[in-house]
Design a binder for this molecule. Sequence first.
Ligand code: FES
Length: 105
Amino acid sequence: MIRVCAVEDVPPGEGRNVSVGDLRLAVFRTDSGWYATEAGCPHMQGPLADGIVADASVICPLHERRFSLQTGAEINGSLCVKTYRAVVHRDDVYILADVPVLAGA
Ligand code: FES
């Protein structure tokens, strides 16, 4: 597990950009739990963390494509954003990453 931010860094119902080593992520705090995706929308790299979060999905602020935060799949489309499993332990948020990331970076 890799720590990505503190719980208090992400207000309820919103997303925030975080960087861990070379990895750029968007972390989301929703009514149904915490989610993490790569930061850039797979369409044209829109900032997903700035999108509207609802029903475990995010709407990209640039062209309003909507992605499931659970699967990364575009809803009503064929694109897919990479997702990471996000978990909370005490006051911090972690991801289970399958890529090399410098811990503590
Ligand atoms: S950049 Fe996200 S929908 Fe176009």
